[in-house]
Design a protein around this ligand. Structure first.
Ligand code: SAH
Ligand code: SF4
Length: 383
């Protein structure tokens, strides 16, 4: 399939075995229509919304301000479904990882990374990824499909369930931020991601604001403006190289949307300014993209863009053919950025004991490999 395909490789998610419709993922309007179908007044939809997204209730019987016969009627037709948790592990540093089983048996991961006074959930947007970045394990998965809005929301709702934070005031939450940095390219599943994030941002529900959501893209240029205009979330761009010949290999989508075009789209990303910068992700690959000259070129490229750079030590996986840059080299690289006021802290590797590194989500149970052409020797790190 072409890299531009927005559709699933294999069919749509099957309906529930019991024939019920999952309410998760319906927009406010669609929920109102479902309620109207039952002959109920619109305010019932508002009540339901509050129970589902404000309180995290999964059982209609718990909806105490809804009359009993209606609760029974709702339960006959509808469900409030979470993905099934296959595995839930907590790292010694508090990082939690969920391996989730979807209705068609596919698996995805979500990871919560706690910090001092906040915590981010790394959310997946697809099963696998149609793109084939040479250093990324997700790109090697054979099966790819888009996640439904309910499956994207399910990750968020499960995390809030697990942390027991339904109804917790914002200041007291440990799950405060969302990064769309799990499996998949979110801008290749834009409609479902937009639907899910619109529900996540709704102030009468999950209420995580656009300022606390970051969407990471490998550079799907034609979708970037729309994302900024419609969702207004923070943008992270997976740059990883400062020359097209190298980026063509690391992030093959570059052949379609080269660096200059990508940076133009960044310059015109709606709502960016010095207080709201674009994050440029840069994975540190030993001997590949980590020289001081690369750092200087990066500074030159980003001049005039409200930017910060996130240096990510590469997370190894077997057979990748790359090595992580040394700490000393990362420090040298970071110093060049710091001198140009572009630096942000090097992303700490968290949850290593449970292989929970965000951006390298994978399940032990899925080790399918896609045939891929090795990178040309001049720029591959065989180490
Ligand atoms: N598809 C999107 C978002 C998911 S990947 C994108 O590419 O931006 C999230 C981030 O993790 C990206 O910057 C990606 O390049 C990076 N990443 C992927 N594999 C990695 C690895 N093995 N080690 C470190 N970072 C990795
Ligand atoms: Fe897909 Fe992002 Fe991995 Fe590239 S880095 S293969 S775009 S998930």
């Amino acid at each position: 399939m072409g890299i531009d395909s927005h559709s699933s490789v294999f069919g749509p998610v099957p309906p529930r075995a019991d024939g019920k419709i999952n309410l998760i993922g319906l927009s406010r309007q669609d929920l109102a229509a479902a309620v109207a179908d039952l002959g109920e007044k619109p305010f019932r939809a508002k009540q339901l919304w509050g129970w589902i997204y404000g309180r995290g209730v999964t059982d209609f019987q718990a909806m105490t301000n809804i009359a009993k016969p209606l609760r029974v009627g709702l339960a006959e037709r509808f469900a409030i479904e979470r993905p099934e948790t296959s595995r839930h592990v907590t790292s010694v540093d508090g990082t939690r990882k969920w391996l989730l089983k979807l209705r068609d048996g596919q698996e995805i991961e979500a990871v919560h990374i706690p910090e001092e006074d906040r915590g981010a959930l790394c959310v997946s947007s697809q099963v696998g990824c149609t793109l084939t970045c040479s250093f990324c394990h997700t790109g090697t998965q054979r099966l790819v499909r888009n996640l439904e809005p309910a499956e994207i929301l399910g990750q968020v709702m499960l995390c809030r369930d697990a942390l027991g934070e339904w109804g917790t005031p914002h200041e007291a939450r440990r799950f405060t931020n969302i990064v769309m940095m799990g499996m998949g390219e979110p801008l290749y599943n834009y409609d479902a991601v937009a639907k899910a994030l619109t529900i996540v941002m709704d102030a009468e529900g999950i209420a995580i604001s656009k300022r606390r959501i970051t969407l990471s893209t490998s550079g799907v240029v034609p979708m970037m403006r729309r994302c900024g205009e419609e969702l207004g979330v923070n943008l992270a761009v997976s740059l990883h190289a400062v020359r097209d010949d190298l980026r063509d290999v690391l992030v093959p989508l570059n052949r379609k949307y080269p660096i200059a075009e990508l940076l133009d789209a960044c310059r015109s990303y709606p709502g960016i300014n010095n207080a709201r910068r674009i994050t440029f992700e840069y994975v540190m690959l030993k001997g590949v993209n980590d020289s001081v000259a690369d750092a200087k070129e990066l500074v030159r490229l980003l001049r005039g863009i409200p930017a910060k750079v996130n240096l990510i030590p590469w997370n190894p996986w077997p057979g990748a053919g790359y090595e992580t840059s040394t700490k000393a080299q990362i420090d040298r690289f970071a110093q060049v950025l710091m001198d140009a006021h572009l630096a942000s802290p090097v992303r700490a590797t968290r949850g290593q004991d449970i292989m929970a590194a965000c951006g390298q989500l994978k399940s032990d149970s899925v080790r399918q490999r896609k045939f891929r052409t090795p990178a040309p020797p001049a720029i591959s790190a065989t180490g």
